[in-house]
Design a protein. Structure first.
Length: 244
């Protein structure tokens, strides 16, 4: 049965993305900027297991002019039938100094997502509450809160809205992420790798999803098979929430 990678930068693997496209994985491929958005779309045209997400990462917000980026992203949504924006959001933990530029861009993405009923693949380090409030007020139909490490009360609100919590292999060594895993119901969890990102000596990637499934099974006191099946169901729910 397929493992779910709900957040991977497939465009960063060069030609090697094909190794993840042999049916073992169901993937949401996120983009970092306009160039990588085009690459992600190209990959998704060749691989039916990939749901493409386009957009500009908050870390690149300062280099992106909203008046240039937003119409081009909207064009991709219309012409290429893109149904997810990502990796988009706000970051006050690692890039507080560009917060204003991030906000300008993110508000534009929210408007596009609302108008076309798109899902969002969210980066919200240090800005979890702000991003959730915006997503809720724009009535975004579905969203994945990638690598969630935010407050526990907010976690409950995100789950109550029917949005998804991304659990990353870093959970094996990152205590605050493990606490999120303990509190999040299995029905709200999507596994992810964030590959090829490196975190404290871990080279993240789909190869780590098996260990991740085992860790989730251990924490939830169920078998790995139950985890794989439920996460796959969650992924199908996510996909069915997307318009068209
Ligand atoms: Zn990412």
């Amino acid at each position: 049965m397929e493992l779910v990678d709900s957040h991977i930068h497939l465009h960063e693997y060069g030609d090697f993305w094909v190794r993840y496209c042999d049916g073992r994985y169901l993937l949401v491929a996120v983009s970092d900027d306009l160039d990588s958005s085009f690459k992600t779309l190209e990959i998704s045209r060749k691989c039916s297991f990939v749901v493409p997400a386009v957009g500009v990462h908050p870390w690149n917000a300062e280099r992106a002019l909203p008046e240039e980026v937003l119409p081009r992203v909207e064009k991709l949504v219309v012409e290429e039938r893109v149904r997810v924006l990502g990796e988009v959001g706000l970051d006050r933990a690692f890039q507080a100094e560009t917060y204003d530029a991030q906000m300008k861009l993110f508000l534009g993405f929210l408007k596009i997502a609302r108008d076309y009923e798109l899902g969002m693949n969210i980066h919200a380090a240090g800005a979890w509450r702000e991003v959730f409030n915006l997503i809720k007020s724009y009535r975004i139909p579905t969203a994945i809160f990638h690598w969630y490490t935010g407050p526990h009360d907010l976690l409950n609100e995100i789950v109550a809205e029917g949005y998804f919590i991304g659990i990353n292999p870093a959970v094996i060594i990152q205590k605050k992420h493990e606490e999120v895993l303990r509190r999040a119901p299995l029905e709200a969890i999507l596994t992810e790798s964030d590959g090829p990102y490196k975190y404290r000596g871990l080279t993240l990637g789909p190869e780590m999803l098996k260990d991740l499934v085992n860790k989730i099974a251990e924490v939830k006191s169920v078998s790995p098979e139950v985890v794989v099946e439920q996460v796959r169901r969650n992924f199908i729910t996510f996909r069915s929430n997307l318009s068209r």
